[in-house]
Design a protein. Structure first.
Length: 103
């Protein structure tokens, strides 16, 4: 049964945005919303993870969890989903520190 999905992208190749727009609507730049079966959703996400490059992406879709949804990420992000006793919480990571100290 089809379910709603949201994919948020940052700094991804244009051809990936084009591939996503075949199945979803880009409601604002980098935010794709659509309705798809689990099979199509999984294929879209596989495409995203294989071509995200230096960018980043997040997929949110309905799931049988306490929160009612699942979060998947690809690429490098400051926010990382972490399972905490069955709840998905977001861990914030710091910026990478510069190796050299300012003079």
């Amino acid at each position: 049964m089809p379910a709603m999905l949201v994919i948020a992208t940052t700094a991804v190749p244009d051809h990936l945005r084009g591939a996503l727009s075949r199945w979803t609507s880009e409601v604002v730049p980098g935010i794709f919303v659509g309705t798809a079966s689990a099979r199509v959703r999984d294929q879209l996400w596989k495409t995203v993870t294989e071509t995200v490059g230096d960018g980043a992406a997040v997929l949110v879709h309905p799931a049988p969890t306490e929160q009612g949804y699942a979060i998947h990420t690809a690429g490098s992000r400051r926010r990382t989903p972490v399972d905490f006793d069955g709840l998905t919480l977001i861990r914030m990571t710091g910026h990478a520190k510069n190796e050299q100290s300012p003079s």
